[in-house]
Every structure is written in structure tokens, then in C-alpha cells.
Design a protein. Structure first.
Ligand SMILES: [Zn+2]
Length: 411
């Protein structure tokens, strides 16, 4: 028999607003880059809150924080909840933060009721989910799942040349636990949808059945620098013109493979002088599709588009893989528990596939996992004006708690 425990909607909302001040921006968002001083401050806050509930907070060598509330049978693996407290440089108040704080609210609800679960319950704050300061993204969960090594994580540099390992040491969050050493029976992650579907359909809960395939690349087109006033147009080896043509082609390729997506998010033309034809263009490329196979075809065509555009301008294109996440289906049992939880609390729900990568994508490689989405206004995320309602956040937290309790009752 499952207990009837209700999370405190207002307490959750107040925690969201309180922690939003750590790195809060004038436009109402958060700038809390991974392993920054703001990240350290929110980690300190998180640790203190968890310890006040009687949890033991473990920190692994990747800086992942794992708070564990004991159960009746501590020989069992913990049932985990979690997400991330780092944000984009101009991030919102909900991306990642909601999943961690909803887990904390669930812990508070258990604590207040004095309810003892069979299994221990874990709550995780993953390191560097966003990938904004150190690329790639989802680093903490990737190291946890063995998809990246600790050495690979440590070696990444930010734009100032600081390595991720140095930054982790500097904020005092390099723990001693080996990543992956604390295994989980299951992992549930609540997150805002970051897309428009739930809001458009007037639904409260997204039952996430998996994450689409994502491939990241770094690219460079090399032409030749020359004088902008003396080099006739037909003599140029203009890397930026080649790049522009390739990006137009790339967009059409993605449209032709709907719902595929392709994005150049970072671009720099060098040497960067008003009167020099750019000789080099460096860029990033993000491609996505629910099917591994279709994504492979899309990427092959995009590569060709860059190569052909470079050739037209007497240059060369070089595209190197940066990150490769195959489509990751979630565990059927965990997904069913999310569905049943939404039914139990009587909110409108639908199944969907996540368009964004999440830490649950990596946990799904090593333990049964699922995600819960709640709507965000206009589907907007990675934006300071990102917003979600108190009621929807509370419904998401309640579904999270119900799913964890249902998994616990399963034995
Ligand atoms: Zn996130």
C-alpha cells in the first residue's frame, strides 16, 4: 500500500526563488556557470539542506553530489532523483534546478512525515550538465556512466585556459568517491520540457520515453587571408562565404529530414579585421534526430555540403566529432511508474521523446531511468525569461515522489 504524501508546493517554489538569487541576473535569470564561485555557493547550500534532513552527502571525483537518505534496508541500492544546479551564462530559473529542488522537496516531505522507505533514496546534483563553460555537456553523468574518463573531464579547458580539473579543485568539490561506485536501483529526473508541446496541448506532465540521438562536431573551413581592397572577388579563398553557403544548405538538409535539427551555435572568422578576407572560420555543429540511422544520413549530407561549399571557394572543410549520444530509450518499468503517478494525481499527461540531452540519458546506460517533463512558457529555455508555473512545478515534484515511492514499493 502506497502512502499518501503530498509535497509542499509553496516550499518548493520558495526554494526555487531563494536559490535563483545565487547568480541571479537583473533580467530574472541565473548565471551560474559550472564550477564557478556561484556554483560553489549553491552546492554549499544544497549540501547543508540535505544534511539537515539526515542525508549523507557523498561527492565523487567528478564533483557529482549524491545525498542519500537511509531506508529500512540499506543493503539495497538507492532509488535516485536528480538533475543539475549549473546554468547557461544567461540561463533561467528552472532548467536543471527544478529537478534537484523537486527531489529535495520530496526528501523534505518524507522527512516531515517520518516516512521510512524500504530502499535508501538518493538525490544527485550532477556536475557540468550545461556544457557552457567546458564542452561537452552532461560531463558529470557521462563520467559516472563510464562514457567519459575522469582524465578527459579534467583536461577540458574553458575560454580562459582554465581546465575543468583545476576549476573543480578550486571550488573544493573534488570528492574521493569513484564515479559510478554508488549504484542506483533506478533514476528519475524531473525537468522543464524546454519545448512547446505540453503548453500547446494544455498538458501538465510529459512522460518521457527516451532521448533523441545527438551528434556534436567542431568544424573549420580554411581558405586564405588576403587584402579586402585588392583581391578581386573571383580570386578570393573566402572561408566565411563558403561557411555561409554551407549553413544555408545545412538548414535545408535538416528540414528535409524533419524532425531533424542542425545548428551552428558558435562561429568565429579569423583573423578578424575589417579589411582582410577571412582565411579561417571555426564553428560548432549540433545535430539531432530521434533515429540514429536518419541522423547518420543527415550528418553525411551536412559534411558534404560543407566540403562542397569550401571547394567552391578554393578552401577545405574539416569537421571533427566532439560528442556522440545515440538515441537512448528509457526503462519501460520506470516510464510506466511515471504514467501511473500522473494518473494517480489526476493531471493531463502525454508521452514524448526528449529533444534535449539530459543526465538521465547517461544514467539510462547503467540503471533503469525515466524522466518527467513539465511545461515552460512558450517552450522557452536557455533564456533568462524561462518560466514555469508554481502549480506545474508542484505537479512535477508530486509525480517524481509518487514514482519513487512506487519503485520502492515494488521491492
Ligand atoms: Zn537541464
Amino acid at each position: 500500500m502506497l502512502p499518501n504524501l503530498t509535497i509542499d508546493s509553496r516550499r518548493l517554489w520558495e526554494m526555487l526563488m531563494e536559490t535563483a538569487r545565487i547568480g541571479g541576473t537583473p533580467k530574472g535569470g541565473i548565471r551560474r556557470l559550472t564550477l564557478s564561485d556561484e556554483d560553489r555557493r549553491v552546492r554549499d547550500w544544497f549540501r547543508a539542506e540535505c544534511e539537515a534532513l539526515g542525508c549523507t552527502v557523498h561527492v565523487d571525483t567528478a564533483g557529482n553530489m549524491i545525498a542519500i537518505r537511509p531506508g529500512k534496508d540499506n543493503a539495497r541500492k538507492p532509488i535516485a532523483m536528480g538533475s543539475h544546479l549549473d546554468t547557461q551564462p544567461t540561463g533561467g530559473k528552472f532548467d536543471g534546478v527544478l529537478g534537484v529542488l523537486a527531489g529535495l522537496e520530496a526528501m523534505k516531505t518524507l522527512h516531515q512525515a517520518g516516512y521510512e522507505t524500504q530502499s535508501p533514496i538518493a538525490l544527485i546534483n550532477w556536475t557540468n550538465e550545461e556544457g557552457a563553460r567546458f564542452s561537452p555537456s552532461m560531463v558529470g553523468s557521462a563520467v559516472y556512466a563510464g562514457a567519459l574518463t575522469q582524465a578527459q573531464m579534467d583536461a577540458c579547458k574553458d575560454r580562459d585556459g582554465v581546465t575543468q580539473g583545476e576549476a573543480l579543485d578550486a571550488i573544493g568539490y573534488r570528492g574521493t568517491v569513484a564515479p559510478g561506485a554508488i549504484g542506483f536501483a533506478a533514476y528519475f529526473e524531473l525537468h522543464i520540457e524546454q519545448g512547446p508541446v505540453l503548453e500547446e496541448e494544455g498538458r501538465t506532465i510529459g512522460i518521457v520515453n527516451g532521448v533523441q540521438a545527438i551528434k556534436w562536431f567542431t568544424g573549420q573551413i580554411t581558405g586564405r587571408e588576403s587584402h579586402a581592397g585588392t583581391t578581386p572577388m573571383t580570386y578570393r579563398r573566402d572561408a566565411l562565404s563558403a561557411f555561409a553557403e554551407a549553413v544555408v544548405a545545412m538548414r535545408q538538409i535538416a528540414l528535409d529530414h524533419a524532425p531533424g535539427m542542425a545548428t551552428v551555435g558558435i562561429v568565429s572568422a579569423e583573423p578578424g579585421s575589417p579589411n582582410i578576407v577571412p582565411g579561417t572560420v571555426k564553428f560548432t555543429l549540433d545535430t539531432r534526430h530521434p533515429s540514429n540511422e536518419v541522423l547518420g544520413e543527415m550528418v553525411a549530407k551536412i559534411r558534404t555540403a560543407f566540403e562542397e561549399a569550401a571547394t567552391r571557394h578554393k578552401g577545405v572543410a574539416d569537421i571533427q566529432p566532439l560528442q556522440d549520444s545515440p538515441a537512448q530509450p528509457f526503462d519501460a518499468t520506470c516510464v510506466a511508474m511515471v504514467r501511473q503517478a500522473a494518473e494517480k494525481i489526476g493531471v493531463s499527461a502525454r508521452e514524448l521523446t526528449s529533444g534535449a540531452g539530459h543526465d538521465a540519458m547517461y544514467t539510462a546506460r547503467v540503471c533503469p531511468s525515466a524522466m518527467i517533463f513539465v511545461p515552460c512558457a512558450e517552450g522557452l529555455s536557455h533564456n533568462e525569461t524561462e518560466s514555469a508555473t508554481q502549480d506545474d512545478c508542484a505537479a512535477g515534484a508530486q509525480v517524481l515522489l509518487e514514482a519513487v515511492l512506487a519503485y520502492d514499493a515494488r521491492g
